[in-house]
Every structure is written in C-alpha cells, then in structure tokens.
Ligand binder design. Structure first.
Ligand code: PLP
Length: 314
C-alpha cells in the first residue's frame, strides 16, 4: 500500500523504521540479559509512538476515501487525541473530540490547549455519558448527529490498529526472546501478537504485556477480543501474557520512587520515560530481571510507546 500520508504531507513525515537501541542499565542482574529498546518515541516530534502506529491505516483509509470529519474520544491528557488532533490539523480534516469531564476554557490541560490551537471541536461530556463510548446505541446517535463522520474508538484501538502495530514486528532487525510493552486498552499488545503470529514459529518472541492499570482479567479479555477479530483462521498464536504487578495502584497513579526511577533511567541510559506508561514498563523490566524471571542470555526488547507529552502535566 503506498504511504500516501508520508509522501503527501511533509509535516507528517515519520522516522520509520524506528531504531532498536541496545542499553546496559545499572540494574541488578542486567548483565545476565541483552536489552534493547525500540524507540517509537522518536518517530515524530509531536505525534506519539504507538498512537500513530494504531492510527496509521485508519488515517490512510480516511484520506483515500476523502472522508473529511473524524469523531473520537479521550480524557484531558489523552495521547491518542493529541496524535489524532495534530494529524487532522495537517491533513485538514475536521476532528470532533468527545472529552471526558467538563473543563473550563481558561483551565485546559496542556493537551487540550493544543487541541484548541489546532482547531479541534471539543465536546465535553460527563463521566456517565463517556462510559457509553463503545455502546451501539450511543454510537448510532453520534452517527446521526455527525452523519459524514468516521468514528475512531478511544485510544485508536480500531481494527485498523492491529496492522499498524504489527509493522513494529516486521521492522525488527533481529530475533528477540521476549518483547515487553505497556498495556492500556490492549490494542498495542494485540498488534504485537498479531505481527508475531505472522512470523515463522522459530523466530517468534514471547509477548509480555505490563498492565498500567488495575485490570486483571479485563485486559486479557480486551486483547483476546481484538485478536478474535483478526485471527479466526490462525490456530496458533505466539505465547503471550500480561503481568499485573506493576500498575502502581491504577491508571496514571505513581509513587515518588517511580518518578525518581524515571529520572534515573534518563540519566543512566539517556532515554526519556514518563510515569504513566514507559516508566511502569521499565520498572517492570528492572524488577523481573532482578528476580531472574528471564533465562540467562535472553534477548529482551522493550517497546517505548512514546507519550512524552504527558510529562507536561507533572
Ligand atoms: C495509549 C498508550 C499506551 C497503551 O496502549 P494500548 O494500545 O491502549 O494498550 C502505551 N503507551 C503510551 C505512551 C500510550 O499513549
């Protein structure tokens, strides 16, 4: 498929494939493993890593079909709305963002202020209404109200997302034993599993998700449902699981230790991370390596999913 987004819109040029960077952090037992980081945080200065991966083919479809209006959802700090808002500005597509909670216009978050600057139509809704965001009746009413619009689910986890994330696997320059990634809505993990399933079995990494919110059972279900839409015919999926020990008590919750750890990592290996997603991922890696959860000599890839705009809130 020609990449019409990259070729026609210079301000949406992406640094792809992203680098695989070897790191040797000063963590207990780190010398027993081989660690790399896939730097999806570097693919674009504004549009964040995994959110672009998930949006890429949805946007391509929208551009090819000359759709001029998108409706999507998110909270006041959403990396998804931020990535989508910028892409829509560049592509001259109208975006209606349905935002959880009522914000006063003089008290917007930095993320929402960017959306305003990019001419996004903000529609604030209360939490109860926001909870309806995946329900058929509510979506039908939105389709009536915004009759020409294309609706993208929260976090960009549409069926287009799996293929975009699978591109990460296709880009890899070597085999890994384990690939670790943070899990929020499950689209990224499902895409990594989807991409890995397309590789020969003896080249497949084991996919390990790190839950960033309290969601034991629930997150597995989200991933399984997303996979089911793409894999009716594939009997054998690669080994995957989600570790629930590193959510720090909930979404966007953190401790002073986690904040300090993010700064240590930045100093130690010169990679910026933030406490909502990548900080929990790196923390989990450090703990699991210390516990020798991976066999000696394992090749481990951490997927840096970006999201650094969120650091403006701390
Ligand atoms: C949204 C997000 C995630 C979670 O991805 P899901 O596909 O929702 O599981 C991870 N990292 C960053 C930086 C994100 O913005």
């Amino acid at each position: 498929m020609p990449d019409i987004v990259n070729s026609s819109y210079p301000s949406l040029n992406f640094n792809l494939p992203s680098a695989e960077q070897k790191i040797t952090p000063a963590w207990q037992n780190a010398e027993r493993t081989n660690l790399w980081v896939k730097r999806d945080d570097c693919i674009h200065p504004i549009v964040s890593g995994n959110k672009w991966r998930k949006l890429r083919y949805a946007i391509q479809y929208i551009v090819e079909n000359k759709i001029q209006h998108i409706v999507s959802f998110g909270g006041g700090y959403s990396n998804h709305l931020h990535a989508l808002g910028y892409a829509c500005k560049i592509l001259d597509i109208k975006l209606t963002a349905i935002v959880r909670g009522h914000y006063q216009l003089d008290k917007l978050t930095p993320m929402l202020q960017d959306l305003v600057d990019w001419q996004v139509d903000l529609q604030f809704v209360d939490r109860k209404t926001y909870q309806l965001r995946d329900q058929t009746d509510y979506l039908s009413s939105l389709s009536l109200r915004y009759s020409q619009a294309f609706i993208i689910p929260e976090g960009g986890s549409s069926h287009f997302a799996l293929g975009g994330v699978a591109d990460i696997i296709h880009e890899l320059t070597q085999d890994y034993d384990y690939i670790l990634a943070p899990v929020g809505s499950g689209g990224t993990l499902a895409g990594l599993i989807h991409g890995t399933a397309m590789q020969p079995v003896d080249h497949q990494a084991q996919i390990l998700g790190i839950g960033v919110l309290k969601g034991q059972g629930y997150l597995e279900e989200l991933v399984t449902n997303l996979l089911a839409s793409a894999h009716q015919s594939i009997a054998q999926l690669p080994k995957w699981s989600i570790d629930h020990h590193f959510h720090f008590n909930g979404y966007a919750k953190a401790t002073d230790q986690l904040h300090a750890f993010c700064q240590d990592v930045q100093q130690d290996v010169s990679i910026p991370i933030e406490p909502v997603y990548s900080g929990k991922l790196f923390w989990a890696a450090k703990e699991l390596i210390a516990q020798q959860a991976f066999p000696n000599g394992s090749k481990i890839l951490l997927l840096h999913t970006g999201g650094l705009q969120g650091l403006r809130n701390t």
